[in-house]
Design a protein around this ligand. Sequence first.
Ligand SMILES: *[C@@H]1O[C@H](CO)[C@@H](O)[C@H](O)[C@H]1NC(C)=O
Ligand SMILES: *[C@@H]1O[C@H](CO)[C@@H](O)[C@H](O)[C@H]1NC(C)=O
Ligand SMILES: *[C@@H]1O[C@H](CO)[C@@H](O)[C@H](O)[C@H]1NC(C)=O
Ligand SMILES: *[C@@H]1O[C@H](CO)[C@@H](O)[C@H](O)[C@H]1NC(C)=O
Ligand SMILES: *[C@@H]1O[C@H](CO)[C@@H](O)[C@H](O)[C@H]1NC(C)=O
Length: 498
Amino acid sequence: MNLPLKTLILFFTGCCCVVGEENITNRYFPETFQFGLASAAYQVEGGWNEDGKGENIWDRFLHEQPNRTTDGKNGDVACDSYHKWKEDVELLKEFGVSVYRFSISWARILPDGSANRINQPGVDYYLNLLKELKANNIEPLVTLYHWDLPQHLSELGGWLNPQIADYFGEYARVAFSLFGDYVKRWATVNEPKSTCLLGYGNTMDAPGLVLIGDGIYQCAKIQLLAHAKAYHIYDKEFRPTQKGKISLVLDTPWNEPISDSANDKEAAEREMQFGFGWFANPVYLGDWPDVMKERINNRSSQEGIGFSRLPELSQEEIDYINGTFDYFGLNIYTALLVGYIPDDDISVPNYWLDKGNTLSSDPSWPASSTDWLHYAPFAMRKLVNYINDLYKPGEIFITENGWCDEELIEDPDRIRYHKGYLSSLLDAILIDKVNVVGYTAWSLLDNFEWTSGYTQRLGLIYVDHDSPNRTRTWKSSGLYYKKVVETRCLVDTCIDEI
Ligand SMILES: *[C@@H]1O[C@H](CO)[C@@H](O)[C@H](O)[C@H]1NC(C)=O
Ligand SMILES: *[C@@H]1O[C@H](CO)[C@@H](O)[C@H](O)[C@H]1NC(C)=O
Ligand SMILES: *[C@@H]1O[C@H](CO)[C@@H](O)[C@H](O)[C@H]1NC(C)=O
Ligand SMILES: *[C@@H]1O[C@H](CO)[C@@H](O)[C@H](O)[C@H]1NC(C)=O
Ligand SMILES: *[C@@H]1O[C@H](CO)[C@@H](O)[C@H](O)[C@H]1NC(C)=O
């Protein structure tokens, strides 16, 4: 998921891009393009303390203060996928998809995070899931870290302790050796920007620390080193036999300048650098973005700090992180309008001040039920082109894209969303020749939506969270997506390539 708009200054001056259904393409998706669905362990599994699973930071965060979620609920049971995984695979099979993205709960297989104690029932859970997927010809795309750090490691400092990168490497090695025969596409960390900004920058996410001027930058460096460690372990020890691909998953809205002024254009590009290049540059180009280095260093010294709050990457670290990708994993949901503000406020060390800019949404972009997400399908085509041109990743995989509402079964806005974004994506593939190879819609099920609890729905399958059975029911969007997967076409009739 993405960042809330709550800290943003809202104003509006112009209209950036037309949205509507008028331009849905009637061409086919390539035969090789993979359609799928996505989920994450804490959001669907439940079984939080079953069969030897260790406590993680989300268990602790929400047991300690239930009011941290809108509805006071947590992921103790979630969609009960810990027990209902066969039913989940059955649904995937009915969708006809060829790929399922899910994450491994670190503490389910290594209860205190350390590789010295492996929890066999946890391992069996994932082996069973992987075997069931294989039996149904569905490839797994497995995320190692989707926000659920083992609590023990959080007590060691979590993503502020450089040694967590070593623990992560050991965990990754265990996962590669136990599951790697089944997995051809791995993702190391999911949305490190979100975990750092929301977990260490405000009280939104576990562990709930507020270190918005410095801790978030340390968190970023340590997650990048953790990712790189896992990549190198895979590359050296497992790739020769397992022959899979590995990368990380990054997220950003498309940032559109609010006007044609040079200042607003500069602001929009700076927004990309601070919100995306922050993680993408070290992995795909080799170092923090220059604009981050300059601004944070400059502001730190004006604040009277004798070094930059953005920790330097040494040449050795740069070399270690640079190039640690086999593809680009992208979560894309929406767009923002970015405006320039003079940045003379050095009152407090703070990421949002380091970055500057005003962020807002164009009123012509239809709103979802959550403030950060608007329907802005052009964002897809623009962003994959931006990534392709700047980072040259070779191959892009859309690991998340989805719509948030409070509807139950009839969800026409979600149909409009996937249709519009997939159309925009197909234009990027067929017209701009961007090599996007797959798409896992977020999400298979209405699941636990972090601090929104169960009040916000993003699933293509409805889940009745009040029933002990966590009954699953097809939504109209699920049926639409099933048809898209089957026909590789977004509208009633597609034409052969012209
Ligand atoms: C639809 O196509 C027209 C003409 O190419 C273009 O001006 C408009 O921005 C497009 N709308 C969307 C939603 O892409
Ligand atoms: C949430 O609960 C904690 C105690 O569990 C309490 O200290 C805090 O004030 C509560 N916050 C709100 C916003 O109700
Ligand atoms: C990162 O690696 C690429 C490819 O090897 C190289 O061209 C580039 O200079 C490296 N970046 C840095 C900052 O070292
Ligand atoms: C550094 O700060 C000074 C004083 O505000 C400013 O004049 C200068 O342009 C800044 N440099 C950069 C690279 O941001
Ligand atoms: C439980 O839910 C599944 C769908 O998720 C449904 O097929 C089944 O009939 C339900 N069982 C009961 C006892 O309600």
